[in-house]
Ligand binder design. Structure first.
Ligand SMILES: NC(=O)c1ccc[n+]([C@@H]2O[C@H](COP(=O)([O-])OP(=O)(O)OC[C@H]3O[C@@H](n4cnc5c(N)ncnc54)[C@H](O)[C@@H]3O)[C@@H](O)[C@H]2O)c1
Length: 401
């Protein structure tokens, strides 16, 4: 194995790996390496909250002919089968891909727990450029690896993968969701992601200003792609003033055509310096760095982007500046709620009902944070951990069959 991090682990756990290797070949066939319970202190750099980095299972998948190189990480299955999307991304190295999938799968465990789903946390990454490396054989080969896990991991869309890709994977595996509507799927998950972000923002408005509405407030939306442009629709309907920015002219044009009154600014710098009440990061991760937090005029941050806090401690800086931060993985859980519902025969009404509850959970978290004198991000983690522990424990009750 080329990756020095993995070589180190393999040396420390030769016995474990040898013990599982025979079973591994029987279970998953050639091309799969299944590494179980081997993550120790060497992964603290990947997930700094020590003690939280012990993933249940990490699977390396390779199919030379189609060019597939993928990693599936299952953080936990405490609440049920691990659920999380597959990211198709041109990682610079295997190590970078591993770090990403370990972090993302852990975050999914927290997101699913807080969303009230009976799912553990998992995620997959495919190493490559989706624009040039994606092909039918590769996606179907990946589907077979997902199937080989017998339902311990259920995949869906993420950056670089779409419902059409899920359709192809689902021809090889039962454990694929987020398929196209034509194929019995829930379709584009950004519909309920945007709706959920809006519910979180209403709760933040209630907590900060005493009314669950953005009416008359100025909201800055960074990134008006799939999630962002739908969020703008909700905001306009609610009577908010909206300011947007995006690096893609076409994305800006789409919003301007639907809502000519929306103001456009050049970039994130201009948006976060503007006189706005709410900042909604809906582009890439890491939006909340020291510089941005330092200059932000907004009193609320609530957006759809994943991993908004650039580093640990930003949540405290936000609180110190009196800015209410709605935890990203709570407010953007509408998408996973949508694809989880598909596993039971999709009902938009049922999924939407569940996504509406993001409002109540957000209010609960803001209240808990105030009560305990911690940042909402910390309170959200606590609540998710509590559910994993309390609901996870009941699985230990012997059913007698
Ligand atoms: N789609 C979902 O259901 C979903 C669910 C949960 C979380 N998210 C997260 O929400 C975010 C947006 O997802 P999406 O599905 O809308 O993706 P998208 O690619 O459709 O939209 C992202 C938009 O951000 C713009 N952008 C990129 N860099 C920018 C920059 N520096 N400044 C301004 N705009 C920039 C892009 O041009 C694009 O229009 C991502 O972080 C994603 O991980 C999405």
């Amino acid at each position: 194995m080329k990756n020095p991090m993995l070589s180190g682990i393999a040396t420390q756990h030769v016995a474990t790996l040898e013990a599982i290797s025979a079973a591994k070949e029987r279970r998953a066939g050639p091309g799969v390496t299944t590494v179980t319970n081997v993550f120790g202190p060497s992964h603290k750099d990947v997930s700094p909250e020590s003690g939280q980095s012990r993933h249940e299972q990490v699977v390396f998948c390779s199919d030379e002919q189609s060019g597939l190189r993928a990693i599936i990480a299952i953080y936990n299955t405490t609440l049920g089968p691990a659920l999380g999307g597959t990211r198709f991304y041109p990682y610079a190295s295997e190590q970078e891909a591993l770090a990403d999938v370990l972090n993302l799968s852990r975050a999914m465990a927290y997101k699913n727990a807080l969303a009230g789903l009976d799912h553990g946390g998992g995620k997959a990454v495919i190493i490559g450029d989706p624009a040039t490396d994606k092909n039918e054989a590769l996606l179907r080969a990946f589907g077979r690896f997902v199937e080989s896990l017998s339902g311990r991991y259920i995949t869906a869309c993420d950056v670089g993968t779409y419902s059409e890709d899920m359709d192809l994977m689902s021809r090889e595996s039962r454990f694929v969701t987020g398929r196209t509507v034509a194929n019995g799927g829930a379709g584009d998950s950004s519909v309920l992601t945007a709706f959920g972000v809006f519910q979180g923002m209403r709760a933040a408005a209630e907590h900060a200003w005493g009314a669950p509405t953005l009416h008359g407030r100025r909201v800055g939306v960074e990134g008006v792609g799939k999630v962002g442009h739908r969020l703008v629709d909700h905001l306009i309907e609610d009577g908010a003033e909206v300011v947007i920015c995006d690096v893609d002219e076409r994305a800006v044009e789409r919003v301007k055509t639907r809502h000519p009154g929306v103001e456009v600014v050049a970039d994130k710098g201009a948006l976060t310096r503007a006189d706005i009440d709410v900042y909604a990061p809906c582009a890439l991760g890491g939006a909340l760095d020291d510089e941005t937090v330092g200059r932000l005029a907004a009193k609320i941050v609530c957006g759809g982007a994943n991993n908004q806090l650039a580093h640990l401690g930003v949540e405290k800086q936000l609180a110190e500046r009196g800015i209410l931060y709605a935890p990203d993985y709570l407010v953007n859980s509408g998408g996973v709620i949508q694809v989880a519902d598909e596993l039971h025969g999709f009902s938009m009404e049922r999924a939407r009902d569940r996504a509406t509850r993001i409002y109540d959970t957000a209010l609960k978290i803001f209240g808990l944070a105030e009560e305990e004198g911690v940042a909402p991000a910390v309170a959200a983690d606590k609540l998710a951990e509590r559910r994993m522990s309390e609901v996870g424990r009941i699985r230990g009750i012997w059913l007698g069959r």
